[in-house]
Design a protein around this ligand. Structure first.
Ligand code: NDP
Length: 387
């Protein structure tokens, strides 16, 4: 029986993780759930699953959640600091980091320091501070299990191969809703169009990242740290059907792939249940429904965010942290319809050129870098919105 804390239980990954936990009561027990603003759903989840504790990050909503749960034996906490404390609870074995963005960094660090296993969906944590997080996990003897479908695929391909060096990995990308489009068309795309992903139903931020290919860029950096790879060992191929979730090539030239329908419940279940494969009734893949699986080279000139992510990884230090912070600001401004789709790359590129580079950042350097980048990127986004 694994006792699980879900950071971000009201989101796309969080709600699917609850389905997995609900379907496997003999394997998992829910200890903690958390949300940012969605108090109603958090309360409904608490009433359904009866966890030990809930956290609402937005402190203004504390009384609402406390009152709604007053007749239950459930502890209610509020605020960002409470997220850091609940992951350390003695009754928690594994923390599923399903929060979005940089906000996931601190609770992930606290969970690792407390020796909790990590099921990592919050890729931004590894993008911002991959070296720090992986060093810490190694020191603490903590395993980080990938939830991202591509990284789960690689992890699954590596089962039984841990002593065989990887020659390279190939991350697949759907290409998003704007695959094949050129810059003049992309300059006019709307928020609604960008939020329509062809294959996956996800939260708003990652859906925009998928449309701009930033998501793949973040995943490249995430893979580097998760699997201890050199930069030139990571390739991206566009595979519009999202059936092959990623591949590993070994030193004998053999390639292993993991396939399945695009459904996040499978990688979530694999991460929570590792090393076991739990029986389920998720829809099965059938080759006859997909007579063609196709592959293309990513268009790095049009989708500049992917190139910027490769550049940030190559530069190292705090550059991926700058990339991430600028991207979070750019995506938020695009979602508010204040900047255009291509202007997101301008904001990121400008921030990477402007914010001070640090080759060997400490945790405090990441905090400062994140703050300075957000401030600069917001200024640029604001200027663009007034044009
Ligand atoms: P969602 O936007 O759907 O959910 C985010 C969750 O985090 C919600 O529970 C939200 O609470 C909470 N949250 C957001 N901001 C904060 C904050 N500042 N403090 C505390 N809690 C916060 O995101 P997704 O589920 O789509 O994605 C979560 C993470 O998983 C991301 O890092 C994403 O890149 C990654 N991921 C997602 C995939 C997917 O299929 N969705 C696939 C692979 C990776 P509230 O609801 O109250 O706002």
């Amino acid at each position: 029986m694994k006792r699980i804390a879900i950071l971000g239980s009201t989101g796309s990954i969080g709600t699917q993780a609850l389905e997995v936990i609900g379907a496997n009561p003999e394997s998992f027990e829910l200890e903690v759930i958390t949300a940012n603003n969605n108090a109603d759903l958090l309360v409904a989840q608490a009433l359904a699953f009866k966890p030990n504790a809930v956290v609402i990050a937005n402190e203004d909503l504390y009384e609402q959640v406390r009152d709604a749960l007053q007749h239950e034996d459930i502890k209610v906490y509020a605020g960002a600091n409470a997220l850091n404390s609940v992951v350390e609870m003695g009754t928690v074995d594994m923390v599923l980091t399903a929060m979005v963005g940089y906000a996931g960094l601190q609770p992930t660090i606290r969970a690792i320091k407390a020796g909790k296993e990590i099921a990592l969906a919050n890729k931004e944590t590894l993008v911002v501070a991959g070296q720090l997080i992986t060093d810490l996990a190694r020191q603490q003897g903590v395993n980080i299990y990938p939830v991202d479908s591509e990284h789960s695929a690689i992890f699954q391909c590596l089962a039984g191969e841990f002593h065989n060096p990887i020659e390279k990995i190939i991350l697949t990308a759907s290409g998003g809703p704007f695959r094949g489009r050129k810059a003049d068309e992309l300059s006019k795309v709307t928020r609604a169009q960008a939020l329509k992903h062809p294959n996956w139903e996800m939260g708003a931020k990652i859906t925009i990242d998928s449309a701009s290919l930033m998501n793949k860029g973040l995943e490249v950096i995430e893979a580097k740290w998760l699997f201890g790879l050199k930069n030139d060992q990571i390739e991206v191929v566009v595979h519009p059907q999202s059936i092959i979730h990623s591949l590993v090539q070994f030193e004998d030239g053999s390639i292993k792939a993991q396939l399945g329908l695009p459904d996040m419940k499978l990688p979530i279940q694999y991460a929570l249940g590792f090393p076991n494969r739990l029986k389920n009734d998720f829809p099965r893949f059938n080759f006859m429904d997909y007579p063609q699986l196709t592959f293309e080279k990513p268009d790095l000139e049009t989708f500049r965010n992917l190139q910027l992510a490769f550049d940030a990884m190559e530069r190292g230090g705090n550059m991926p942290c700058i990339l991430n912070a600028a991207n979070e600001i750019a995506v938020a401004a695009f979602l508010r319809e204040e900047v255009g789709f291509l202007e997101m790359s301008d904001i990121i590129e400008g921030s990477m050129a402007k914010v001070a580079y640090i080759a060997n950042p400490s945790y405090e350097d990441y905090v400062t870098t994140d703050r300075e980048t957000r401030s600069y990127a917001a200024e640029v986004a604001n200027k663009l919105s007034l044009q």
